[in-house]
Design a protein around this ligand. Structure first.
Ligand SMILES: NC(=O)c1ccc[n+]([C@@H]2O[C@H](COP(=O)([O-])OP(=O)(O)OC[C@H]3O[C@@H](n4cnc5c(N)ncnc54)[C@H](O)[C@@H]3O)[C@@H](O)[C@H]2O)c1
Ligand SMILES: [Zn+2]
Ligand SMILES: [Zn+2]
Length: 396
């Protein structure tokens, strides 16, 4: 089959690789109909995530048709159309039984799990197409993919919904939702969101649905800020205003009740601390560039809530722990427990209460995936979300 493979920093290629096969009785094989490139894929593309190997198949946002089922899969039939969560979870361990699917103890094989155990104190769950630290599973930017624990993850979607309407259930829609939920929004709240990429935009949409009186969105790309404004957010362009001053001014000197870091480890901008982080990263003395996290902690009102959907990988410097402690802030974060939110969010899409299609800027054949990565990484203003279509011969 054809698949997008990783070969190093900014080097991804569509190649012919071996077809996946059923390994365990709970596996299914999917024929991919749509798959997307995520901001998290950019961390792989930029060489920020350890334990990648040349030839790894990327992609953790995908959906498709079941073409083969393992012998203990009962809930899914051949021919069924499903969306697959990017988190692989067994459904039965200590964490899964508490609906903390991204903390699953059984989906990261023992020979891989020790990498994250050393880094984080505990092993991470398996994730599709996201390094050997999270299981080394082949991803879904391909014609076919093997889905383990298929009786727990994939959700069948009704025929009357197009791929574009449901694909983002695999990751960014529940991620934006959980980011807002982690803000524990109360009526009248002001929520500030850093980053108007797909995660930030869905977090804005979710925060407003959960009753935030006001959402303030921060980014520097005019097109992305425009999309945020279209959802009902007020906006700050950090290249033309001091974010901290603007937020104080907009909240009568109090600060936002909750803040969301939807940027993560690769903050942009020529801020003193960001330049410092870049230099330390180059010397391998720091792994992440947490400018946004520092700014969000400083901006949040006393007693406020901090939600961090943005991905961080390792160790950071100059973390304002004093601000966190002295202001009595609450922090919630994590890889999204996707499975937990699927039934609710699918229902909301069906009822047309949530639209996800406004985000899509490009639809490309899988064969153009390398170009899709380049555009999503280098032309972020125009490229808000790229969908790859394995079945397509050319751009439509
Ligand atoms: N927790 C999860 O389960 C989960 C799931 C999906 C994605 N993510 C993470 O969420 C983050 C966002 O993903 P995305 O797909 O929206 O990515 P993206 O790269 O499309 O968007 C990031 C946005 O942040 C903006 N930004 C950069 N520096 C900024 C700054 N200093 N101030 C304000 N905005 C700034 C960029 O301009 C860009 O628009 C990534 O770190 C991704 O890995 C986490
Ligand atoms: Zn993703
Ligand atoms: Zn589990």
């Amino acid at each position: 089959m054809r698949a997008l493979t990783w070969h190093g920093k900014k080097d991804v290629r569509v190649e012919t690789v071996e077809d996946p096969a059923i390994v365990n009785p709970r596996d299914v094989i999917l024929k991919i109909t749509s798959t997307a490139i995520c901001g998290s894929d950019l961390h792989l593309y930029d060489g920020m995530i350890p334990s990648m190997q040349a030839g790894d198949i990327l992609g953790h946002e995908f959906m498709g048709e079941v073409v083969e089922t393992g012998k203990s899969v009962t809930g899914l039939r051949k021919g069924e159309r499903v969306v697959v969560p990017f988190v692989i979870a067994c459904g039965a361990c200590y964490h899964c039984s508490r609906l903390q699917y991204s903390a699953c103890d059984n989906s990261n094989p023992p020979d891989k799990a020790d990498i994250s155990e050393t880094l984080y104190g505990h092993q991470m769950s398996g994730l599709f197409g996201y390094s050997h630290m999270t299981g080394g599973y082949a991803g879904g930017q391909a014609e076919y993919v093997r889905v383990p624990f298929a009786d727990v993850g994939p959700i069948a979607v009704p025929d009357d919904l197009e791929d574009d309407e449901v694909l983002f259930l695999s990751d960014i829609l529940p991620t934006g939702w959980m980011a807002a939920e982690n803000c524990e929004i109360e009526e009248g709240d002001t929520v500030a969101v850093w980053g108007c990429g797909p995660v930030g935009l869905f977090a804005i949409q979710s925060a407003l649905m959960m009753g935030a009186a006001r959402v303030i969105a921060i980014d520097h790309y005019p097109r992305r800020l425009e999309l945020a404004a279209g959802l009902g957010a007020q906006t700050i362009d950090y290249t033309t205003a001091s974010v901290l001053e603007a937020l104080l001014e907009m909240t009568g000197g109090i600060g936002p009740d909750a803040v969301i870091d939807a940027v993560g480890m690769e903050s942009h901008g020529f801020f003193v601390d960001n330049v410092y982080d870049r230099a330390k990263q180059a010397l391998m003395l720091e792994t992440d560039r947490p400018h946004v996290l520092r700014e969000a902690l400083m901006a949040c009102r006393k007693g406020g809530r901090v939600s961090i959907p943005g991905v961080y990988g390792g160790l950071i410097d100059k973390f304002p722990l004093g601000a966190l402690m002295q202001k009595g802030l609450t922090v919630k974060t994590g890889q999204t427990h996707v499975q937990r939110y699927l039934p609710l969010l699918l229902e909301m899409i069906r009822e047309k209460r949530i639209d996800t299609t406004f985000l899509i800027s490009h639809r490309l054949p899988l064969e153009s995936a390398a170009e899709g990565y380049r555009m999503f990484a280098e032309q972020q203003n125009e490229t808000t979300k790229v969908i790859l279509k394995p079945g397509w011969e050319q751009v439509q």
